[in-house]
Design a protein around this ligand. Structure first.
Ligand code: GLA
Length: 728
């Protein structure tokens, strides 16, 4: 619900449990008045009252700077007196930096218009409405439209900004973030994810002090060490109690998430494309669209915020038909064979997979080019290796289909190897700074996707193979950061656009792929989880969230990922034991149970498994099938965190109607002489009766007194506990 109250110069946006209020100061400055628990109907002008507010410029022109540096602007600018973190920085054709925005008009649009060229949440007119507020800088002749969409079924308000040069001279956007938000003084913690390859998405919570605190990426992808979102929690907020705001960026490249505590204690929060490695040349008549950010507020702890994002992402961001559908249980040959495979070896794995009830074989890296036997060479040569697939890839896919298996294939379209036919033919199709040899990473360079010919060729190569082979699934990988941001295809004034253009091109390529093959199951990946974000989820319903499949490590990675992203979006596979990355030994069943908290699959050589382990696979697949629907539709609760307590992890998924739930409880480390531990369940019906491990419990007892989890003398002991309502 959006209401423009012209009499009081206020605009209110309401979701089911939250209210967001904008107000005009001095008749022309758009400011932020409130974001929090839903307010009652009626006049909200009391929100304007602030005994310490600086006088508005019309009343006190001599102290305008005091006003500009303290008023809670809805989209902060720079250069003329607001010294806080800006959302928009513009350089005029004269080379001068300054921007002041004045309110022009506001309108409400039913539904939600698409964002040109960018992924964004969606909904029909019964689910979402949109507010557009036009601001203008009359000196630059720059129009800024702030976009807000308000969902009626989930507590999310989206924000974005569209900038149009209405003048006669070009301007340079030096920064164009998705939003800024000024919040009242308080003690806040910033919650983000950090990490590295194989230990992505570690949760970090830091108190916000004076000055700035930020998370971000200038790697061209979000990176293993960052994720494009942040939460801002009141100091005492925990999983179940307290206030917390969430800000999630629907974008897959460089980003800046910054929280600044100003000299007066108030907070300015910003999120958007990182201003480093970014300029955008806006010629007269041109428009720049900033990516969308998803804002949410919870007064009942961090858990509610996570569940809100899970719902939003599943209902209003993932377009794939697979979002609420059965996904195939797959086996991926990467950690089974690495580069050492051919069709015969894969068919043996496929036969074992079929026997065990697995539904798809994914052929990973190494299938293409003339010599892709190591991670050097052939990226760009997207034709199957003739020695490995003597009859070609389409014939191989046909064999899999005849066996009753689906076929998946790995690509890394954004990279080019020096030792490739593509590079020999088009040496200019790599990002390269004039006079410098581009920096190698995993022996590969980045394809210059600002060059339309390069983008068209790579898109065509993938489409052609999918067309000819009838592949059912693609794993789209990206194994290095972007450096050497120089393009032979762009003029000097547009070189600062390369990183963003790269992301836009990836979106276009995936859009093109899905437009022709709407039934294709796309899984994104970037060296594990270095591009796990809301932008990619618009194209793929699942993303490979880490190359680390060690169950103890995975539990932490999955906990971090689940802070924002639904369980059903996380690719999770059963790896080998001892596990390569950690040398840790674990039971086959434990590994499988941990991987069931995600889109399930196997990534080991099925032909080398012991008979005993192999015989367990059909039951594992069957268990996953029983859990999958709940994972796709239910509510997620963090019950115990191994990251926090050092020994026990427990996660619950409950059906929305509370009739059914399951818990994955993993005792990572045995506690000597430990007695049972209470798992305080959530999301059940207090008055209903449930069967749990053969006993009957009332719902309120499971939630208030807790379910006593028996202690086992066994490291890495995993249990899936099902909770089902029974007749009274
Ligand atoms: C990345 C992926 C892996 C695998 C390899 C192949 O590291 O995350 O799953 O596909 O690339 O080179």
């Amino acid at each position: 619900m959006i209401a423009i109250d012209r009499e009081h110069q206020l605009i209110r946006l309401d979701t089911p449990h939250t209210t967001y209020v904008l107000g005009l100061l001095d008749g022309k400055y758009l400011t932020h008045l409130y974001y929090g628990a839903k307010l009652g109907a009626g006049d909200l002008s009391a929100l304007f009252f602030d005994p310490d507010a600086a006088p508005v410029p019309s009343a006190c022109p001599r102290e305008k700077a005091g006003f500009l540096d303290a008023a809670p602007f809805e989209y902060g600018t720079s250069g003329i007196g607001d010294f806080r973190e800006p959302a928009l920085v513009v350089r005029s054709a004269d080379g001068q930096e300054g921007c002041e925005l004045f309110y022009q008009s506001a309108r409400v649009i039913p539904g939600k218009p698409k964002l040109v060229g960018l992924p964004a949440s969606f909904g029909d007119q019964s689910e979402v409405s949109t507010l557009e507020v036009d601001l203008v800088d009359p000196v630059l002749d720059l129009a800024v439209t702030l976009q807000y969409s308000v969902f009626d079924d989930v507590d999310v308000i989206t924000r974005s900004a569209r900038i149009t040069n209405q003048g006669k001279a070009p301007v340079e956007l030096l920064r164009c973030l998705s939003f800024s938000l000024d919040l009242p003084a308080g003690d806040y913690d910033m919650i983000t994810l950090q990490g590295a390859w194989a230990r992505e998405h570690e949760i970090e919570r830091r108190p916000v002090g004076f000055g700035g605190m930020e998370a971000g990426s200038i790697r061209g992808i979000p990176g293993h060490d960052a994720n494009p979102f942040f939460f801002l929690a009141d100091r005492g907020t925990n999983e179940r109690q307290g206030s917390v705001c969430g800000f999630v960026l629907v974008y897959s490249g460089n980003f800046l998430a910054k929280v600044q505590r100003t000299q007066f204690g108030s907070i300015r929060a910003v999120l958007g494309i990182h201003p480093a490695r970014f300029t955008w040349h806006l010629a007269p008549g041109e428009t720049f669209q900033a990516p969308e950010a998803l804002l949410s507020w919870s007064g009942t702890g961090i858990g509610t915020l996570s569940r809100t994002y899970h719902d939003l992402i599943r209902r209003h961001l993932i377009r794939s038909k697979y979002v609420f559908e059965k996904r195939p249980v797959l086996v991926n040959n990467w950690e089974a064979t690495y580069f050492d495979f051919d069709e015969e070896k894969l068919l043996a794995i496929a036969a074992a997979a079929k026997k065990a009830g697995i539904e798809m074989l994914v052929t990973d890296d190494g299938w293409f080019g003339t010599h892709r036997d190591t991670d050097s060479g052939c990226l760009g040569d997207w034709l199957a290796n003739q020695k490995k697939f003597p009859e070609g890839f389409p014939a191989f896919v046909e064999k899999l289909h005849k066996m009753g298996l689906l076929a998946g294939l790995w690509f890394e379209p954004e990279s080019i190897s020096k030792a490739s036919e593509l590079y020999e033919k088009y040496p200019d199709w790599c990002l390269k700074i004039s006079g410098r040899t581009p920096t190698l990473c995993r022996d590969q360079w980045i394809a210059d996707l600002s060059n339309p010919a390069c983008e068209a060729y790579l898109t065509g190569a993938i489409l052609d193979l999918v067309r000819r082979s009838k592949i059912d699934y693609i794993k789209w990988d990206m194994n290095r950061p972007l450096a050497d941001l120089g393009s032979a295809a762009l003029p000097p004034e547009r070189q600062g656009e390369i990183a963003h253009r790269h992301v836009l091109a990836v979106y276009r390529m995936q859009e093109r792929l899905l437009a022709e093959f709407p039934d294709l199951l796309l899984e994104n990946c970037a060296g594990g989880g270095s591009r796990f974000d809301a932008g990619m989820l618009y194209y793929s319903p699942q993303i490979w969230c880490s190359d680390d499949m060690d169950p103890a490590e995975r539990l932490k990675i999955q906990e971090g990922t689940e802070l924002v992203y639904p369980v059903s979006t996380m690719g999770a596979h059963v790896g080998a034991s001892p596990y390569g990355i950690t040398s840790r030994v674990s039971d086959f069943d434990t590994r499988a149970k941990c991987a069931m908290m995600g889109t399930f699959g196997y990534e080991l050589d099925l032909t080398k498994l012991s008979e005993e382990d192999f015989s367990k696979i059909p039951a594992q697949v069957a268990t996953y099938r029983k859990l999958q629907e709940l994972e796709e539709t239910g509510d997620y609760y963090r019950i115990a965190s191994y990251r926090e307590n050092g020994w026990l992890d427990a996660v619950e998924i409950a059906a929305k109607d509370g009739k059914e739930a399951f818990v994955l409880a993993v005792q990572v480390l045995t506690q000597p002489n430990e007695k049972s531990t209470r798992l305080y369940l959530q999301g059940l019906r207090p008055n209903a009766r449930y069967e749990v491990e053969g006993r009957i419990f009332p719902g309120d007892i499971l939630m208030q007194a807790g379910y006593p989890l028996a202690h086992k003398i066994h490291d890495l002991d995993a249990r899936i506990i099902r909770i089902r309502e029974v007749e009274a």
